[in-house]
Design a protein around this ligand. Structure first.
Ligand SMILES: Nc1ncnc2c1ncn2[C@@H]1O[C@H](COP(=O)(O)OP(=O)(O)OP(=O)(O)O)[C@@H](O)[C@H]1O
Ligand SMILES: [Mg+2]
Length: 252
């Protein structure tokens, strides 16, 4: 049975989609069978982060409605065998976004894939509840900023309310020069505020934007910076002991 991993944050724009695509593509590069489910109904963009152009016609709503099979709806991003995407519906159709139906869909995926990632929408409303219903663990993505950390702590409370334990924190877009500013939060402060163990720290990296512009996952664009951080997190999720790079230890 595969792991079903919710990627959430509360606050919008923290990097949920980038982190989902980054870690999932690294796990595929490590030889795992990985599916990414875009749960951002109406605002999907995980397809672009995985190197697929926005031509995906079929989505998880079509599968839940019984219009198409799972195999028909899954698309394969280029360059990473073992990686699949299940797109989000482009508009909200309530009967296709019921948490129970989504949970059944995810249970089916977990029988076929080692890792099933769900990229959740911003906020902690109905979209979050649907996405969470399909998952058995979570990654909470935050920036090192008070508003993002507070929303991440709220996301943790929301996860507890739906009975989900086993979450970890991903700190995204870290700029080392800001860590030296008096009063700036570091990774320890973030873990204290959010109340989760740390899975990894992703630096601010123009490669994330450049890879997006070239329409390739970051790991197929470079092996440094954010790509290295995604790879380290993928290995940790996969059970390997990966210490933080020495430069990271010194800084964070
Ligand atoms: N490590 C990084 N370095 C530089 N830019 C980044 C990094 N991570 C994410 N970004 C950029 O930040 C922006 C927001 O990222 P992303 O879309 O992944 O966030 P999100 O949490 O999924 O947003 P939403 O809540 O709208 O779904 C994007 O333009 C992305 O390219
Ligand atoms: Mg997103």
């Amino acid at each position: 049975m595969g792991k079903r991993i919710l990627v959430t944050s509360g606050k919008g724009g923290t990097g949920k989609t980038s982190v989902t695509a980054g870690i999932a593509s690294c796990l595929a590069a490590l030889g795992r069978r990985v599916v990414c489910v875009d749960a951002d109904v109406g605002l999907r963009n995980l397809d672009l982060a995985l190197g697929l152009t926005d031509t995906t016609a079929l989505d998880f709503g079509d599968v839940i409605a019984g219009h198409v099979s799972l195999d028909e709806a899954l698309s394969a991003p280029p360059g990473l065998p073992g990686l699949s995407l299940l797109a989000a519906p482009s508009e909200l159709r309530t009967e296709q976004t019921e948490p129970e139906a989504f949970a059944r869909l995810m249970a089916g995926l977990a029988e076929r894939f080692d890792y099933c990632f769900v990229d959740s929408p911003a906020g902690l409303g109905a979209g979050f509840r649907m996405a969470a219903a399909g998952c058995d663990r979570a990654l909470v993505v935050s920036l090192l900023e008070p508003a993002a950390l507070r929303d991440a702590a709220r996301a943790v409370e929301a996860l507890e309310r739906v009975g989900m334990t086993g979450a970890a924190l991903v700190i995204n877009r870290v700029r080392p020069q800001l860590l030296r500013v008096p009063g700036a939060a570091n990774a320890d402060d973030a873990m204290d505020t959010v109340g989760l163990p740390l899975l990894g720290v992703v630096p601010e990296d123009v490669a994330v934007i450049c890879a997006g512009n070239r329409n390739v996952p970051v790991i197929l664009y470079t092996r440094k910076g954010a790509a290295q951080a995604y790879l380290d997190m993928a290995r940790r999720l996969d059970g390997q002991r990966v210490p933080p790079p020495r430069s990271v230890k010194a800084r964070y």
